[in-house]
Design a protein around this ligand. Structure first.
Ligand SMILES: [Zn+2]
Length: 258
């Protein structure tokens, strides 16, 4: 069975057909999901869902796009949400110097605070990184970040090796299935077997087969198929490896092992 390690079932796009989405997910062999928070609202919603469904977990974080809205009140609220026992990671946090919806200074300040929070709570940090690889690496090293997941990994091979050397993980999503992304497939193929995860980032970034549709956890299996082929293992064994990695990185067990 698989775990969708990064999704956003905590956004409006799923309000209408939520139960159908869950049914299709179970049928596709996805047993657990981690709903990632990008601001106060989605972090809270992720926790609400995780308290309702035992196969869902939540993260609490402030996306770099939201860094401009940072206030000490907002931060106090996030810190208190992060204490919830269904919260298994901090993020999505990071730097996005491509869209620059917040200034670099705002992004770095908010990112460092989240590095601190993750360290204090001994939780992994889920990273969003775009056009900011060197700055990101520098801050993570400075902050002595321990457990790190590069969500939707899109760096180059050299950067991939740099993060793996530190024991940080790379998560692969729908982009792994896009015809143009041969470089990414080369990276996934040689990624150490204890340092990868699979995710959808739904409702965004649908795999190739569903490119024009809203993404959802069931579609993760398309990415898993590509990874299984690259790793030369069957799909079932790939699922077992992912469960093991999820347990090691996030500390959550597969339902069958509970
Ligand atoms: Zn995301």
């Amino acid at each position: 069975m698989f775990v969708d390690t990064h999704c956003h079932l905590n956004v409006e796009n799923f309000a209408k057909d939520f139960d159908e989405v869950l049914k299709r997910m179970k049928k596709a062999g996805i047993s657990q999901v981690i709903n990632v928070g990008c601001d106060l609202k989605t972090s809270q919603k992720g926790i609400d869902l995780a308290e309702k469904y035992d196969f869902m977990y939540a993260t609490v974080g402030l996306h770099p796009h939201e860094a401009k809205d940072f206030t000490s009140d907002l931060w106090a609220n996030l810190e208190s949400l992060a204490q919830n026992k269904r919260v298994i990671a901090i993020g999505e946090a990071g730097l996005d110097f491509y869209r620059n919806l917040s200034t670099k200074e705002e992004q770095e300040k908010v990112f460092k605070k989240q590095c601190d929070l993750a360290k204090n709570l001994d939780l992994p940090l889920i990273i969003h990184c775009r056009d900011a690889y060197e700055e990101m690496y520098k801050i993570l090293v400075q902050e002595k970040a321990k457990k790190v997941i590069f969500h939707c990994f899109a760096g180059n091979l050299e950067f991939a090796k740099k993060i793996w050397d530190r024991g940080w993980a790379s998560a692969f999503g729908g982009m792994l299935t896009y015809p143009k992304n041969e470089d990414l497939r080369v990276i996934a193929k040689i990624c150490p077997d204890d340092l990868w995860l699979i995710e959808t980032d739904c409702p965004y970034l649908s795999p190739q087969k569903f490119r024009s549709e809203r993404n959802e956890p069931a579609y993760m299996i398309e990415t898993a198929k590509v990874l299984a082929e690259l790793k030369r293992v069957d799909l079932q064994d790939l699922g077992k490896i992912e469960e093991r990695n999820v347990e090691k990185i996030f500390g959550i067990k597969a339902p069958s092992k509970k």
